[in-house]
Design a protein around this ligand. Structure first.
Ligand SMILES: *Cc1c(COP(=O)(O)O)cnc(C)c1O
Length: 379
């Protein structure tokens, strides 16, 4: 079956006697047992809940994994993965990560005796040289946000496996509709389901998807043992959002492609960052490992004040952090989503002060370009 069909073709309520056509919100903390000594499939919602289980089954299927685990936020999902490491072990991370991930790695993991080494993964020699016996997890995003750098997932997975490390990909900017890292040899996929999976900016959620059964057992112990599993109502919302994932992303991507070209020819724009407009080598890697450019893009004007005015003069594009929702949003990453990056790393990472990020929604393209037109004109 094709991906678009898989999004809809699943058992919404396995074993439910009422045979509902959609997944109910099993809003219960506890489940009755047949006897004091026998357990059914569910006993306590922290350990497992039917609504969450349907969502997890869907995500495992869509990411070509065997099991998925949903958490209260994307960062809770990332935290769960870091629990796989022991004190003294190291994470080798690409040097262009989501701001909250930097904060977790640098300000919280250090206290647990886990170190993180940041490397430019596009520099193959630097990446090879960075492996030490302590490196147990290699962590990356592609395309990165907000600069849309592309990394070769299969190549990184190969290198990591040669050095006995697992590879984890934060796939939030793409979603499984456009990119499936497990199929490329990676071991763990993470999502901020708050973004494209939910798609409506009305729920916080995270997910971890794996193929290896032993790894899945470890992650289940962490989910149940630490208690960060996604609540039934939030699971329902993500499940409902996922049904239109392909439909939304098709429209968002078409709009984003048009806006990227609009910005590229705009006299007041100096650079546009979008996977389809990346330098040829990077664009080729992206084309090989993903089926589309997505709908997050960024651009520069050469003037931080001009960028700020354009952002603030937009009327249809709302100033909001986050991305992946059906509404178009605009932001200044250096001041907003990436302000959580520790200053010493931010200067090294160099998110330009004039960088503007747009997460393109499903509105009519003419209205979106008209909004940018008037924003530039009045800036
Ligand atoms: C938003 C985001 C996260 C964090 O997810 P939350 O749901 O906000 O906790 C992690 N990674 C990426 C790439 C993100 O964009």
């Amino acid at each position: 079956m094709k991906f678009e069909t898989l999004l809809l073709n699943f058992d919404p309520a396995p074993g439910d006697r009422c045979r509902p056509a959609n997944t109910p919100i099993y809003q219960t903390a506890t489940f009755r047992q047949d006897s004091a000594t026998s357990f059914g499939d569910f006993d306590y919602t922290r350990s497992g809940n039917p609504t969450r289980a349907v969502l997890e089954g869907q995500l495992a299927l869509l990411e070509s994994g065997t099991r998925a685990f949903c958490f209260s936020t994307g960062l809770a999902a990332i935290t769960a993965v870091t629990r796989l490491l022991k004190p003294g072990e190291q994470i080798l991370a690409c040097d262009d990560l989501y701001g909250g991930t930097y904060r977790l790695f640098s300000r919280i993991l250090a206290n647990r005796g886990i170190t993180v080494q940041y490397v430019d993964f596009a520099d193959e020699n630097a990446l090879k040289a960075a492996f030490t016996p302590a490196v147990k997890l290699v962590y990356l995003e592609s395309p990165t946000n907000p600069l849309l750098h592309i990394l070769d997932l299969a190549k990184v997975a190969n290198l990591a496996h040669q050095h006995g490390a697992r590879v984890c990909v934060d796939n939030s900017t793409m979603s499984p509709y456009l990119q499936r890292p497990l199929e490329l040899g990676c071991d763990i996929v993470i999502h901020s389901a708050t973004k494209f999976l939910c798609g409506h900016s009305d729920v916080m959620a995270g997910a971890v998807i794996v193929s290896d059964p032993a790894l899945a057992d470890d992650l289940y112990l962490i989910q149940n043992g630490e208690g960060g599993g996604l609540a039934p109502f939030d699971s329902f919302l993500v499940l409902r959002g996922i049904k239109t994932l392909a439909l939304r992303q098709n429209q968002q991507q078409a709009n984003a492609t048009a806006i990227a070209h609009y910005l590229k020819q705009h006299p007041r724009v100096t650079d546009v960052y979008f996977p389809a407009l990346a330098p040829p080598e990077a664009a080729a890697i992206h084309k090989r490992q993903a089926s589309g450019p997505g709908s997050v893009l960024s651009f520069r004007t050469g003037d931080p004040e001009l960028s700020r005015r354009v952002v603030e003069n937009c009327k249809l594009h709302t100033i909001t952090v986050s991305f992946g929702g059906v509404n178009s949003t605009i932001s200044l990453p250096n001041y907003m989503s990436h302000a959580s990056i520790p200053e010493h790393l931010r200067s090294q990472k160099q998110i330009p002060h004039d960088l503007v990020r747009i997460s393109v929604g499903i509105e009519a393209i003419d209205d979106l370009t008209a909004d940018l037109d008037q924003a530039f004109a009045s800036s």
